[in-house]
Ligand binder design. Structure first.
Ligand code: PEP
Ligand code: MG
Length: 578
């Protein structure tokens, strides 16, 4: 903005004054959200393409045209399914899984025939596709949990089919010519999974939490990402912006020099990350094991190619989400043996089935519950069917024998010392090493009593945050509460780590908190002895821990515990550690 000049002064005076008036400071707007993937990028903003309007009130199709209309609908759905399948073939990990699942939904017989039935009664294809989708949306919403989460996918498929029927370009993510920052209110999983990290270098949404699909896939793709940032959807396409994924800030119209310096510093930090090969330790040599979270043998083999020193969390339930019948001991042991073989000689922590709530397993026979997150989930499924747990432990024991390894085995959702004692007994009977997850505040508060029975603890910060803050981890509206930087959550982590240190037993963190490099240093300062996260996040975590001393970590932890909200906690940690 130009400086204001007093028009009553003589022209000569004006010139002199203009020379001495300093340039107005650059004013950039900062929009703050929840940081998900670190990295600083400076680029123009792009926005999502418009979603098609659900068609309504169109004239009925005459009987003679209905077969052709059905054909038109089938062909549009098949094109959408094929496109998603094609993208899945070029993706990997969580992104490939999401795209494959969505391709399967677009080809789902139930959905196709619901729409075809409506067309047979005279509805135009677009209207039929929309109405059939809403039937399924209603059903999925009624079932709740993970199924309710698929509602966004269903509507995304509907929109793609509607655009195809109208001959319009695909709705959703644009393909810009220059690397760009994508700003959106929310993203469908298929949008995020199909992102090209060469074109979309930053991602910022108004909704979504740190454990949402968007966050998980952005982490896997390594795209700088911030979620729950109010106001970003209103930033117009073409605006220049700088996204700082570690501070959780989108700077709109930044000072170009400041942005260039920040990006250069980030490039240097990335170089350090690229060069980090482990093992995990602070700058003064205090060891902190850096481990991978995996869900099957393929994931474990991929993690083996990173600096991961072992597996800190094998989420066994994820291998069986599509099963209607409990997998046999033999089949289970094959899967566990694959993971143990990938990290033979290293630490591998196998978690028993965490079925229920957002991860229902058909064969676990979950009761109909009004509030499944507080219901029969995790180790509680063994109350009605103890065999589910003992057969799984048998399978782990067989895998251990076959691979000549000594896996650690832990139970999810332990609430009391008595539960820990009972579980530990079953694990020790089979010659395995017992531990439990700390993801319920009661377990953190009783950590010392629980440690009388088990050999290690692993803090699941995703659920510990959900249950401490009484905020659904799936709720995009509550992202500020489901932030693991909440000082109340970190106090419980501190208490748990202290209990471990008092008896010399390891206490790790295997929730998403361990994937945040700055928070990882704070966790080390709180006394955590290992950090386990998605393999892609490990180099940044390892490099961050190696860049600071154990003493700095402790000071950062102390500073964080003195705050009362996540933003202040981050600022306090950054002050000490960066
Ligand atoms: C956690 O709750 O932090 C955890 C690691 O378990 P999950 O995310 O599988 O519930
Ligand atoms: Mg959990």
């Amino acid at each position: 903005m130009a400086p204001e000049v007093d028009s009553t002064k003589a022209d000569s005076e004006k010139v002199d004054e203009e020379k001495t008036v300093p340039a107005a400071p650059h004013t950039a707007e900062e929009l703050t959200g929840t940081p998900v993937v670190a990295g600083i990028v400076s680029a123009p903003v792009v926005v999502l393409g418009p979603r098609p309007l659900a068609p309504a009130g169109l004239p009925r199709i005459g009987e003679s045209g209905r077969d052709a209309e059905t054909e038109r609908f089938r062909s549009a759905a098949a094109t959408v399914a094929e496109r998603l399948r094609g993208r899945a073939a070029h993706a990997s990990g969580a992104a490939a899984e999401v795209l494959q699942a969505n391709a399967a939904m677009a080809a789902d017989r139930g959905w196709l025939s619901a729409a075809e039935k409506l067309i047979a009664a005279g509805a135009p294809a677009g209207e039929a596709a929309a109405a059939a989708t809403e039937q399924f949306v209603e059903m999925f919403t009624r079932i709740g949990g993970m199924m309710a989460e698929r509602v966004t996918d269903l509507r995304d498929i509907r929109d793609r089919v509607l655009a195809e029927l109208a001959g319009d370009p695909e709705p959703g993510v644009p393909e810009p010519d220059v690397p760009s920052i994508l700003c959106a209110r929310d993203l469908a999983p298929a949008d995020t999974a199909g992102l090209d990290p060469g074109r979309i270098v930053g991602l910022v949404t108004e909704l979504g939490g740190p454990t949402s699909h968007t966050a998980i896939i952005a982490r896997q793709l390594g795209i700088s990402c911030v979620v729950a940032a109010a106001g970003v959807a209103a930033v117009p396409a073409g605006t220049s912006a700088m996204l700082d994924g570690s501070r959780g800030v989108l700077v709109v119209d930044p000072d170009p020099d400041v942005a260039a310096a920040a990006v250069a510093a980030d490039v240097e930090a990335r170089r350090r990350i690229g060069n980090w090969t482990g093992p995990g330790r602070t700058s003064d040599g205090v060891g902190v094991a850096i481990l991978a979270n995996v869900q099957d043998g393929a994931g474990a083999r991929a993690a083996r190619r990173t600096p991961a020193e072992g597996v800190g969390l094998l989420r066994t339930e994820l291998a069986f989400l599509d099963r209607t019948v409990e997998p046999s001991v033999e089949e289970q042991s094959d899967i566990y043996a694959e993971v143990l073989e990938a990290f033979a000689g290293d630490k591998v922590v196998i978690r028993t089935l965490d079925a229920g709530s957002d991860k229902p397993l058909a064969f676990a026979d979950h009761p109909d519950e009004a509030n499944p997150a507080l219901g029969v989930r995790g180790v509680r499924i063994a109350r009605a069917d103890p065999g589910l747990l003992t057969r799984q432990l048998d399978a782990v024991a067989v895998a251990a024998q076959r691979t000549r390894t000594s896996p650690w085995v832990m139970a999810p959702m332990i609430a009391t010392a008595a539960e820990a004692e009972e579980f530990a007994g079953l694990v020790r009977e089979r010659g395995l090493v017992p531990g439990v997850m700390v993801e319920i505040p009661a377990a953190a508060l009783q950590a010392d009593r629980i440690l009388e029975h088990v050999d290690f603890l692993s803090i699941g910060t995703n659920d510990l945050t959900q249950y401490t803050m009484a905020a659904d981890r799936m709720s995009p509206e509550l992202a500020v509460l489901t932030d693991p930087w909440q000082p109340a959550v970190l106090s419980l982590v501190a208490r748990t780590a202290e209990a471990g240190a008092a008896v010399g037993k390891p206490v790790g963190v295997c929730g998403e908190a361990a994937a945040d490099p700055l928070l990882a240093c704070v966790l080390v300062g709180l006394g955590v002895t290992s950090l386990s996260a998605a393999a892609a996040a490990l180099p940044a975590v390892g490099a961050a821990v190696e860049s600071v001393s154990a003493r700095q970590c402790r000071s950062a932890a102390e500073a964080v515990l003195a705050t009362t909200d996540p933003a202040a906690a981050r600022a306090a940690a950054a002050e000490v550690l960066t």
